[in-house]
Write a protein that binds this ligand. Structure first.
Ligand SMILES: [Zn+2]
Length: 623
C-alpha cells in the first residue's frame, strides 16, 4: 500500500529530525534560540507535559497581572504547530486570538510557534501594548523577554514546573530575578514551580551593564540598556540606593525580599510617547526616555519608588481576583485604590518623609495630582465601580489611579493619624494587612473595608470608605489638608505677572527640546494681547532663548526684571501649512488677573493640633 510506504518513509525521516529527542515528562520544557531571529521573530518550541486527555487547549494570555488592559498576546504568535513524538503534525483548531485546541492530545509531544515583538509590530492591529508589559526582539542588540509574551499554558495545567532554555548570542547576559539552574557562554536554563512564577519574572537579554547593591540584607540588581550609552547602571544605582534605603525605613526597617532586579530599558525613540514600568514580586521592568543620569534622576526616583512599593500591594496584599489570576477570563477587583493608589501615595510620601524632597516640591506633586483628577477624569464615579469595570466601561479612567487613587491614600493616611492621635497611619495599616493576609492568602473583595475597620480598631474609618471610595462624594480635601495646617483653595483670583501662558499648559517637543503651548485654555489676557496661539513653540523672550534648557533662567529673568508697560517681544515658531515659520509677537506688559486653581499652602498661624498632626504625618519615626 502506498500509504504505508509513505508512513514508513516519513517515520524514517522523523527519526533523523528527532534524533536528539528531549524526553517528555510532566513538565513544560521551552526552548528559544535568541541567535536565530527571522524577520523580527523568534521561534518558541515546547516539549509538552504528557497530556491525559483527547483534546487540550493551549493559551497565550489575554491579560497579565498589573496591566489592567486586554493585550491578547496571542496576536503576536503565528505559524502554530503541534506534533506527536514521531514528528507527525496533529490537527489544531484556532479558537480565538489566544487559544488553540489540539486534537489527539494524548499523543502530543511538541508545539512550535513564532513570536513577533509588541514594541515593533505596527502591522498587528488592536490594543497598544504598554512597552514594560510587552516584548522586543532586536537581533544582536536587545531582547525584552516579558515571559508571558512568549510562553503559554494548557487549560488547568498551570501548577507544574516550567523549564525555559535560551540559546544566547556571544557576550549576552540575561538580567532577571530568576536564578539560572545552568548558565554558560551559550545558553541559560531557568525553571519555576508554576506558570504564575514564570510570568512574574521578565528577562532582559543584552550586552551587560549591571550593578549589584546591598540594601537591608537584600541583593539588588540594576541592569541598564542605554542605546547611546548616555547613562550607566552604576549611575542609576547611586540614585536608587538612597531611595531604597528610605523605602526600607518606610516599610519598618527591613525589606521583605532577598533578591530584587530593576530591569531598565532606556529608549531614544519613545514611539507611543508614553513610558513607565511594570511591577513583579522580585523585579520590575522599565521603559524610560534615554537621558543623562541627572536628567533622569527624579523620574527614576518616582517610577522606581512606585514599582518597588508594589512588593507591598498587590504582591503581598491582594484579593482572590489577583491571587488566583485568570490570564484569559480575568475578573477585576474593586480595590485599585489600594493596589495602585496606595502604592503611588507611598512613593511620594516616602520621599518627603525621609528628606529626598522638601515640602514645597511635595505640595507641587500633590497639586498636580489634584489638577489632573479634576481636569482629566470623572469625579462622580465611585472608585470601586471604576476598578471593577476598568477593562471596558471605565478604560479611559484607569490612569486616575495615579491621581485620585494616590489622593485617597493621602486622605486615608491623615484621617487615620487624626483618629489615632498621630500614632497610626497607612504605613501601619499596610504592615498590619500584610501580616493578616500575605502573598499566599488572598482577601475576599467585598470584605476588605470591614476588615480594615476591624484590624485598625477604628470603626469610624468604615465611613470614610463608604463615602469617598465606594460612594460618589468628592474627597474632603479642604478638611483633610486643614487638619495638618495646609490651606486648600479650589480657585483664587490673583494678579500675577506671567509670560502670557500658564506653565501647566506648556508641552515639550521631544525632537527639538522646544517648549510649546498645548491649548488655548492656559493663555491669559496678556498672552491673548501678544497673540499666542495653541501650538506656538517658543524661540525667544526679549531676545533670550526660551527652550527646555533655558526656560528656567529666561523666565526668572523676565519675572524679576520687567515692569508693567515695558515692551515685550516674543518669537515663536508657528505652523503655516506644512512648515513652521518664525513669528514675532509684541505687546506692552500688563499684569492680568488670573484664576489659580487648587492652591495649597501652609496656614499663616497653625494651631498646636495642626502642628502635631503635620509632624506625625511627615516626620520620620523616632524623631
Ligand atoms: Zn503601579
Amino acid at each position: 500500500m502506498r500509504n504505508s510506504i509513505l508512513t514508513l518513509f516519513a517515520l524514517l525521516l522523523c527519526v533523523n529530525i528527532f534524533a536528539q529527542k528531549v524526553p517528555q515528562n510532566t513538565n513544560y520544557q521551552f526552548f528559544v534560540d535568541l541567535t536565530n531571529v527571522q524577520n523580527d521573530k523568534l521561534e518558541v518550541s515546547l516539549i509538552t507535559p504528557k497530556i491525559q486527555k483527547d483534546e487540550i487547549v493551549y493559551n497565550l494570555p489575554k491579560i497579565v497581572p498589573g496591566t489592567y488592559a486586554n493585550y491578547d498576546f496571542g496576536r503576536y504568535a503565528s505559524d502554530f504547530k503541534a506534533f506527536d513524538a514521531s514528528g507527525k503534525a496533529l490537527t489544531i483548531e484556532k479558537l480565538d486570538k489566544n487559544s488553540y485546541k489540539i486534537k489527539k492530545a494524548k499523543s502530543l509531544y511538541k508545539i512550535t510557534y513564532l513570536v513577533d515583538d509588541t514594541w515593533d509590530s505596527p502591522e498587528i492591529s488592536g490594543e497598544y501594548v504598554f512597552e514594560p508589559a510587552g516584548t522586543d526582539i532586536e537581533k544582536d542588540t536587545l531582547f525584552a523577554i516579558n515571559t508571558h509574551g512568549f510562553f503559554g499554558y494548557f487549560d488547568n495545567l498551570k501548577k507544574v514546573t516550567y523549564q525555559v532554555t535560551f540559546t544566547k548570542p556571544t557576550g549576552f547576559y540575561g538580567a532577571t530575578s530568576l536564578i539560572a539552574n545552568k548558565s554558560d557562554a551559550k545558553s541559560d536554563v531557568f525553571s519555576t514551580g508554576n506558570y504564575m512564577d514564570l510570568v512574574d519574572a521578565p528577562i532582559m537579554y543584552s550586552k551587560p551593564d549591571t550593578t549589584i547593591l546591598k540594601v537591608g540584607g537584600a541583593d539588588i540588581l540594576i541592569a541598564v540598556y542605554s542605546p547611546n550609552k548616555k547613562v550607566t547602571s552604576a549611575e542609576i544605582a547611586d540614585n536608587v540606593k538612597t531611595l531604597l534605603e528610605a523605602q526600607k525605613e518606610y516599610l519598618g526597617g527591613s525589606l521583605p525580599i532577598k533578591k530584587y532586579a530593576f530591569l531598565i530599558v532606556l529608549s531614544d525613540n519613545l514611539k507611543n510617547g508614553s513610558y513607565g514600568a511594570l511591577e513583579h514580586s522580585y523585579s520590575s521592568f522599565y521603559y524610560l526616555p534615554e537621558a543623562s543620569a541627572e536628567e533622569l534622576s527624579q523620574t527614576i526616583k518616582d517610577v522606581c519608588a512606585h514599582e518597588f512599593f508594589h512588593i507591598v500591594t498587590p504582591l503581598s496584599i491582594h484579593s482572590d481576583e489577583i491571587g488566583n489570576f485568570d490570564y484569559n477570563k480575568p475578573k477585576m477587583s474593586k480595590h485599585l485604590w489600594m493596589y495602585e493608589g496606595m502604592t503611588e501615595y507611598a512613593a511620594g510620601h516616602m520621599q518627603i518623609k525621609y528628606g529626598l524632597i522638601e515640602l514645597p516640591q511635595y505640595l507641587n506633586m500633590l497639586r498636580s495630582k489634584i489638577n489632573n483628577m479634576y481636569d482629566r477624569y470623572q469625579d462622580n464615579v465611585p472608585f470601586t465601580e471604576m476598578s471593577v469595570d476598568v477593562l471596558d466601561k471605565y478604560k479611559d479612567q484607569y490612569a486616575n489611579v495615579y491621581e485620585k487613587g494616590a489622593l485617597i491614600g493621602l486622605c486615608l493616611d491623615i484621617k487615620l493619624r487624626e483618629l489615632s492621635g498621630g500614632k497610626y497611619g497607612t504605613q501601619n495599616l499596610m504592615r498590619d494587612l500584610s501580616k493578616y493576609y500575605g502573598k499566599e492568602k488572598s482577601f475576599n473583595d467585598v470584605e476588605l473595608f470591614d476588615k480594615i475597620a476591624e484590624i485598625t480598631k477604628f470603626p469610624a474609618i468604615r465611613q470614610f470608605f463608604a463615602k469617598y471610595v465606594e460612594g460618589k462624594e468628592p474627597l474632603p480635601l479642604t478638611e483633610i489638608f486643614n487638619s495638618v495646617g495646609l490651606e486648600f483653595q479650589k480657585s483664587v483670583q490673583v494678579r500675577e505677572k506671567s509670560i502670557g501662558v500658564s506653565v501647566y499648559n506648556l508641552g515639550i517637543n521631544p525632537d527639538t527640546k522646544g517648549i510649546f503651548i498645548v491649548d488655548d485654555e492656559g493663555i491669559d489676557a496678556f498672552g491673548r494681547k501678544l497673540g499666542y496661539k495653541a501650538g506656538d513653540e517658543f524661540v525667544s523672550l526679549n531676545g533670550k532663548p526660551l527652550d527646555l534648557n533655558s526656560f528656567r533662567a529666561t523666565r526668572l529673568d523676565f519675572m524679576q526684571n520687567t515692569k508693567e508697560n515695558d515692551n515685550i517681544e516674543v518669537i515663536v515658531l508657528r505652523k503655516d501649512g506644512d512648515k513652521k515659520v518664525e513669528t514675532k509677537l509684541s505687546a506692552a506688559l500688563f499684569i492680568p488677573e488670573i484664576t489659580e486653581k487648587n492652591l495649597l499652602k501652609p496656614v499663616a498661624v497653625p494651631t498646636d493640633t495642626q502642628i502635631n498632626l503635620l509632624k506625625a504625618w511627615l516626620s520620620p519615626e523616632n524623631k
